[in-house]
Design a protein around this ligand. Structure first.
Ligand SMILES: [Ca+2]
Ligand SMILES: [Ca+2]
Length: 390
């Protein structure tokens, strides 16, 4: 249905142009990338980019680009779609597991195996139910068989799970990123239970590092301890909803703080990022948490936010379209309804711009042509393509 509406909009500029939005087709740019169709979106504060809305979703959570520039998009209630550069949405991909949808949980991230072009292997995270009203995040991999109208996920294998499962439906984290050398990193939230972030018998409140089949690399910092501890790459995290590698190979993570104190961390092996012992925010109960500077043995964030921005998706930009922004981090802000641009300089980071988007921003990605793409949060969340102002 949506495909035909969009196609009609692309043809008939008058019929679909409503209010502040106008429909238009966009020509190929100088880099020769494919043209795309979309409705131009009026943003609140005249940012240095134009935004085009390509498609809408029911609680979109994550996206990633296929080699042919189509986009995989997850919806938190449990659906996965393929969208092309014209905004045409496939039927929901078949074969996905049932997810525990509710609270902050459901279907989560999707990323491609580094050798996807040859093995069609994708990695997907989601919340699953356990015994006695418990839940936890899981990562699976499967083979993505695409067809003209949609596709199917087959050969599903369980790669990883949060240990232990806990009650509640918050702080799954469950972002996935492959390193430039092909290792699998997963951010794991502390499930709103605080102390697991410092418990080395649990992989909650951690970033874990695995081989692509889910086994543990021998050179992990705690590999010799064995068990779940061997998975741990870094600890003391709260709810790390952003996880991204910079072009120089550094791993960065954005993390929801408690009441204020959101963080951007440079993630290093064996390092402890302090939660819940320290935070530049405080508990929602009003109970104080000592600031990071009281406990120098814990890694302080490269930068932090008081008041909170509630960071979700994270991108370290490396494209040609916004050449001045290469090496900058972009964080999608939920509560501030903005896109936040941060300059990275060694171990330091500094917010340099904030672009109001008028909607909660859940996910940020870079397209193959160097455009910046975002997903709005919630029901009716739009897929937006951001290009330099024409
Ligand atoms: Ca993504
Ligand atoms: Ca911290």
């Amino acid at each position: 249905m949506e495909y035909w509406v969009l196609a009609l909009c692309a043809i008939s500029l008058v019929a679909c142009g409503a209010g502040s939005e106008q429909s238009m087709a966009v020509q190929s740019d100088e880099s020769g990338s494919a043209s795309f169709a979309g409705k131009i979106v009026k943003l609140p504060d005249n940012p240095p980019f134009d935004a085009y809305a390509l498609a809408t979703f029911d609680e979109p959570w994550a996206m990633t680009f296929l080699p042919d520039a189509r986009i995989l998009v997850t919806e938190r209630p449990g659906r996965l779609f393929v969208v092309d550069q014209q905004g045409r949405k496939s039927a929901a991909i078949a074969g996905l597991p049932d997810v525990d949808y509710g609270g902050q949980g459901g279907l989560g991230d999707v990323v491609l195996h580094p050798d996807f072009a040859n093995n069609n292997s994708v990695y997907i995270s989601y919340a699953e139910a356990g015994k006695d009203n418990t839940r936890g995040a899981v990562v699976i991999r499967g083979t993505l068989q695409l067809t003209a109208s949609g596709g199917e996920l087959t050969d599903i294998e369980r790669i990883w799970e949060q240990v232990p499962k806990t009650t509640g439906r918050g702080h799954y984290g469950h972002r996935i990123a492959f390193s430039p050398d092909g290792l699998l990193f997963i951010s794991s939230g502390e499930r709103q239970k605080f102390t697991p972030a410092q418990d080395m018998q649990s992989n909650l409140g951690k970033v874990v590092r695995l081989l692509d089949d889910g086994s543990v690399p021998k050179d992990n910092p705690f590999a010799s301890t064995g068990g779940v501890t061997a998975q741990i790459w870094s600890l003391g995290h709260r709810n790390p909803l952003g996880l991204a590698f910079a072009p120089n190979g550094e791993l960065w993570s954005s993390e929801m703080g408690p009441r204020h104190g959101d963080e951007l961390n440079l993630v290093k092996p064996g390092n402890n990022y302090g939660y819940p012992e320290v935070s530049n925010g405080d508990h929602y109960s009003g109970e104080k948490i000592p600031d990071h500077d009281t406990r120098p043995e814990f890694n302080a964030p490269a930068t932090y936010w008081v008041p909170a921005i509630s960071p979700a998706g994270l991108l370290i930009y490396d494209g040609a379209q916004f050449a001045d922004w290469r090496g900058n981090a972009f964080l999608g802000s939920l509560t501030d309804e903005s896109l936040v641009r941060v300059e990275l300089d060694g171990e330091q980071a500094e917010e340099v711009a904030r672009y109001p988007m008028g909607k909660r921003i859940r996910e940020v990605e870079q397209g193959p042509d160097g455009a910046i793409w975002v997903l709005e949060d919630g029901d009716g969340g739009r897929l937006l393509k951001l290009v330099p102002k024409s």
